[in-house]
Design a protein. Structure first.
Lengths: 114, 112
């Protein structure tokens, strides 16, 4: 059961463009939404995260937009660079009695052409 | 990789053999996780630990077991490996719930 759906699967933009990656979730109990970035041959690394009490969060060139009523959130990369070429994963989690666990989207492979 | 090592980094094994993967951390983080990564599926949680000897199942736990006898080590065992368990396995650690998870470098496992 895929509780977090991510789109698109792949995305190609030119340098300076603004790629947007979207995620939708089903479980309204999710209360923490991180984005991870993964380069080939490496483990994922946290990029930015948001909690549902805010609608937007910016860190450098990366912005998360969060729409609680639509159960959707998205990642925007401003002034994209070839070095941003990577796979991006959205995720969601709920706190539980034995700790929280992340549910990941399927991933988006981003290519930024020079 | 935030003081996380995984061993082995690569392994080829045959169907039906037992396999143990090790995750070792030097950060003294409470939470440890095992994920598998397959094309089209993202990362899926296998098992996790919320303290020494405290573990729980993730979404794809069938065929896997774990143990955590001390804070720094989290072992993942495939009791009898199958070809469907061919994957890249990542360990992650976190100091608290819903905090950053720091991932290890991964173990690439091929089951023939």
């Amino acid at each position: 059961q895929q509780q977090v759906k991510q789109s698109p699967q792949s995305l190609i933009v030119q340098k300076g463009g603004i790629p947007i990656i979207n995620c939708a979730y089903e479980n309204t109990a999710f209360d923490y939404f991180p984005w991870y970035q993964q380069f080939p041959g490496k483990g994922p690394a946290l990029l930015i995260a948001i909690r549902p009490d805010v609608s937007e969060k910016k860190e450098g060139r990366f912005t998360i937009s969060f729409n609680k009523s639509a159960k959707q959130f998205s990642l925007h990369i401003m002034d994209s660079q070839p070095g941003d070429s990577a796979t991006y994963f959205c995720a969601a989690s709920i706190k539980g009695t034995s700790g929280s666990r992340l549910t990941f989207g399927e991933g988006t492979q981003l290519t930024v052409n020079p | 990789d935030a003081g996380i090592t995984q061993s082995p980094r690569h392994k080829v094994t045959e169907t039906g053999t037992p396999v143990t993967l090790r995750c070792h951390q030097t950060e003294n983080h409470r939470y440890m996780y095992w994920y598998r990564q397959d094309p089209g599926h993202g990362l899926r949680l296998i098992h996790y630990s919320y303290g020494v000897k405290d573990t729980d199942k993730g979404e794809v736990s069938d065929g896997y077991s774990v143990s955590r006898s001390k804070t720094e080590d989290f072992l993942l065992t495939l009791e009898s490996a199958t070809s469907s368990q061919t994957s890249v396995y990542f360990c992650a650690i976190s100091p608290r719930e819903q905090e950053t998870q720091y991932f290890g470098p991964g173990t690439r496992l091929l089951v023939l």
